[in-house]
Design a protein around this ligand. Structure first.
Ligand code: ATP
Ligand code: MG
Ligand code: MG
Ligand code: MG
Length: 564
């Protein structure tokens, strides 16, 4: 690519909402452009990198026998009603009607569509296993789109789904995918950890997240200082069994008004008020229906716990009379980076009895009142719960837990028959008996992986790409565009390298050397090949390695070997 022709611009200014390096640098390097909140145009530099990540993903998945499909973005509501998710997926699911008044949504994930598709083909155990994936745009109407491609509303995901005959085979597939993910993120040049993970909205009982370690990460990871234990803080802190509501009707949903805002400092002060026992106890439970949080009097609340609580749609029982509500979706918490320092107190609540409480309803601005936990939640979940944090003992050995920030770039789930039963995805065994297929699902955020790479690899001058996912492997910088021999050397080197299959750019713009250097550092080409009039006289060009800053002279005719 001749840079004089490249569709891009480099910029000095960044928009105010670009708070983390990857967002700032991708913007400044002219890789992305915002179209609407959380919705981006990918310009050629970004698209080239994304394609390289996608190629790595395809190669590693195909090695494991996965097959690529492409499913529609628009999905009919019936499928979601069949799986039972239409009712509770929440406002992240963008729903709309077509001209015939039929209900549809934009796919945030594709369990329903793929299970339906497979059910139409699956007949016999002899056909299994199948492991299907696609790379495609997803839409999630995120409550707080932020950090550029890191948390968009429309974003590119690789999502894969496996179908096996039984649990054992499915778990084998799960570990194969775990291996494939490890290989993918290694090839992308990332430093990451696979951590034990809570299952969230998708469900299932075994899951790992692939977390890229970075200061700006939105997730808190706990890992042991002496063994290989690592978990998402949420998982380390919460019971795994879903709580049981005895009957939905017992928990009326009440609309809540919004009387005002308080700062996080005010709320923290309030929660920590000395000598007071207004904070009762904590029960932290998540299922698809409700989250209930009570705060124990002896519990220390720090900002990160508060944040976790808020994200869990928590309700704080302040005293017998009032409830301090800091429901996650309403709070304005933006994670450790860009913490908005403001919590909206949604309501002051009168609780009818000291045992009856208010819980989150996983629905914006709605809460369940008069929740009675011994009645409405399983009693065996109430014991011994607390938030794990740094310094706590490791659950696996005598070591201590450490906290790290992580970016979730991928996740693998064992699903079991959660979707195959309601979606009737069955096969016949060799005796002609029907069984539901046993499933797993596996996601990778392609754009988020790109952003995470920049989070991990940059300096004050710009991006530092790992070779494997760099938009270009090298750039040629002819410094004096008014000197014919320099221009010519640039052109002929460019032609040779292209012919040798190297993905190289030529900065053939009529610009000053300093300008080209700055741009090259910003865009982050791993190798800069600098053609200056003086060294050219000696038959040399200068090579700069972006990552180390190391420079050396190389004879012009050896460049090809060097770059390869
Ligand atoms: P998060 O916890 O960050 O909201 P998630 O757990 O909801 O992510 P999954 O359902 O596991 O996401 O989706 C698979 C992958 O898709 C994630 O691991 C992540 O890399 C990517 N992803 C999810 N949401 C977004 C988003 N809003 N923008 C970009 N990538 C995303
Ligand atoms: Mg999410
Ligand atoms: Mg997650
Ligand atoms: Mg996830």
């Amino acid at each position: 690519m001749r840079i004089s022709q490249l569709f891009y611009q480099t910029l000095k200014e960044v928009p105010r909402d670009a708070q983390i390096p990857s967002h700032q640098l991708m913007f400044r390097a002219g890789m992305i452009q915002q179209l609407a909140s959380g919705i981006y145009n990918y310009l050629p530099l970004a698209q080239k990198s994304l394609r390289k990540i996608e190629t790595i993903i395809r190669e590693e998945l195909e090695k494991k026998g996965c097959q690529e499909v492409l499913l529609p973005v628009v999905q009919p509501a019936e499928l979601w009603e069949k799986s039972g998710r239409w009712g509770y997926y929440g406002p992240e699911l963008l729903r709309f009607k077509d001209r015939k008044n039929g209900d549809f949504c934009l796919g945030p994930t594709h369990e329903e569509v793929i299970t339906d598709m497979v059910s139409k083909v699956l007949k016999s155990y002899k056909q299994l296993p199948w492991n299907l994936f696609q790379i495609q745009g997803k839409f999630r109407d995120e409550v707080r789109p932020r950090f550029g491609l890191m948390r968009g509303r429309e974003f590119i995901m690789k999502d894969g789904y496996s179908f096996d005959t039984d649990e054992e085979a499915s778990k084998e597939t799960y570990w194969k995918m775990y291996e494939a993910y490890t290989a993918i993120f290694k090839r992308c040049g990332l430093t990451f950890r696979a951590v034990d993970a809570a299952t969230g909205n998708i469900g299932g009982d075994m899951s790992h997240e692939f977390q890229v370690l970075a200061k700006s990460g939105e997730d808190m990871i706990l890992s042991c200082d002496s063994c290989d234990y690592a978990a998402n803080a949420e998982k380390a802190s919460t019971p795994r069994t879903a709580s049981n509501l005895t009957a939905e009707g017992q928990l009326p949903l009440e609309d809540i008004h919004t009387p005002g805002s308080r700062t996080i400092e005010e709320v923290s002060r309030f929660l920590k008020k000395d000598g007071s026992d207004f904070i009762k106890s904590i029960v932290y439970m998540i299922d698809d229906e409700a989250v209930l949080v009570l705060i124990r009097g002896d519990m220390e609340i720090n900002e990160s716990k508060l944040q976790t609580l808020c994200e869990a749609n928590a309700v704080f029982l302040a005293d017998d009379q009032t409830v301090l509500d800091v429901t996650g979706a309403d709070t304005g918490f933006a994670g450790p980076v860009g913490l908005r320092k403001e919590i909206k107190i949604v309501a002051d609540y009168s609780v009818t009895s000291s045992l009856n409480l208010v819980s989150g309803a996983n629905r914006n601005d709605y809460h369940k009142i008069n929740v009675n936990y011994s009645r409405d939640f399983k009693a065996d979940l109430l014991g011994d719960l607390s938030f794990a944090s740094a310094g706590d003992p490791c659950p696996k050995c005598a070591g201590k837990l450490e906290e790290h920030r992580g970016i979730e770039v991928g996740q693998v789930f064992y699903l079991g028959t959660k979707y195959s039963i309601p979606m009737e995805c069955n096969y016949l065994d060799k005796d002609g008996k029907a069984h539901p297929a046993v499933m797993g699902c596996y996601g990778i955020g392609v754009g988020r992986t790109l952003a995470a790479s920049i989070e991990q690899n940059h300096d004050e001058d710009g991006i530092i790409w790992p070779m494997a996912i760099s938009p270009f492997e090298a750039v040629i910088l002819p410094l004096q565009m008014n000197k014919e021999e320099v221009v010519e050397a640039g052109n002929s080197l460019y032609n040779n390298l292209v012919a040798a299959g190297i993905d190289v750019a030529l900065d053939d713009r009529e610009e000053r050397a300093g300008f080209k250097f700055k741009d090259a550092d910003l865009i982050g080409y791993p190798i800069q090949i600098i053609i200056g009039a003086r060294s050219l006289e000696a038959g040399d060009v200068e090579i700069k390695i972006r990552k180390t800053g190391e420079k050396k002279n190389v004879p012009l005719d050896e460049i090809e070997m060097f770059v390869q």
